[in-house]
Design a protein around this ligand. Sequence first.
Ligand SMILES: [Zn+2]
Length: 324
Amino acid sequence: MNVFLRDGDAVYRAWHTDGRGTEQLTHTFALVDLLPYGRQEEWQDSPRRLAAVARLQPMALRQGHRRPLRAGSAGLAISVHVRGKGMTDDLQPMPDDWTRALAVVAHPDDMEFGSAGAVAAWTGAGKQVGYLLLTRGEAGIDSMPPEQARKVREEEQHASAAVVGVSSVEFLDHPDGAIERSPRLRHDLVAALRRHRPELVVTFNHHDFTFTGKWNSPDHRVTGRAVLDAVLDAGNRWILPDAGAEPWGGVRYVAIAGSVRPTHAVDVTGYLDAALASVEAHAAYLAALGVPPGGARAPLEGFVNAAGQRFGGRPAVPFELIAC
Ligand SMILES: [Zn+2]
């Protein structure tokens, strides 16, 4: 269950998403406690930037909400940020001094759930963005055999990318759910960076936990770390000299999408419809998750509005930015 909260300091409106879809809850929760998740040093390192696990008092039950809040009533994972009253501006604007970006992620949909709005804003401003996927997401649909899912998800990823102005979509055909830190992966990533020569590299959260407090996917953890390493390797001509003709040391930033500790954000005002269309292009995948038509809108709005609370109130996509 994912719960998205916004508005107010003590009382929040919420949506929740589970296998049956997304709905806006018709009641309010009282946020009575905030518990840090993840490693304690992360909490101490940047308390204002940390998503938290909230302890939600089940006011809903008292207010006539009939569906019991499963175990969650004492510890739902949410994406609320620790803050005082009112908005903050602690997320910095993403740097703009680049022209080519390459997003390198594990699965179809990794870029869409959250980051598509930022990609739409970038391509709308004339920047080039390419997608490189390590897998075709063949293990992502429980009801569909991998041989079939591989084709469906590849098509959906191309459609999803096109909606936000991305025409270059490549797949490296590593196994979905079993990506390993192998010599092959290292070679593939270094070769891709030397081929595409991006100034900005985008990847997905490599931390142990997701921003909603769950244990992160092994594929995400492996991919994010491997991408960060490959950025270093790609610039050294003596490392993997057979992976591309020329080294590429021109990556200036790596932006981590879905990070537990974002530092920067992209204003996506005017790009929410494109972002939603990009998500909804994953139609078979969403259907398999039980998300009804239109059901992706509320979580997406909750996500960008939560970041907006830390970015001057503008809807935003947050990133952890690592300067290279
Ligand atoms: Zn993924």
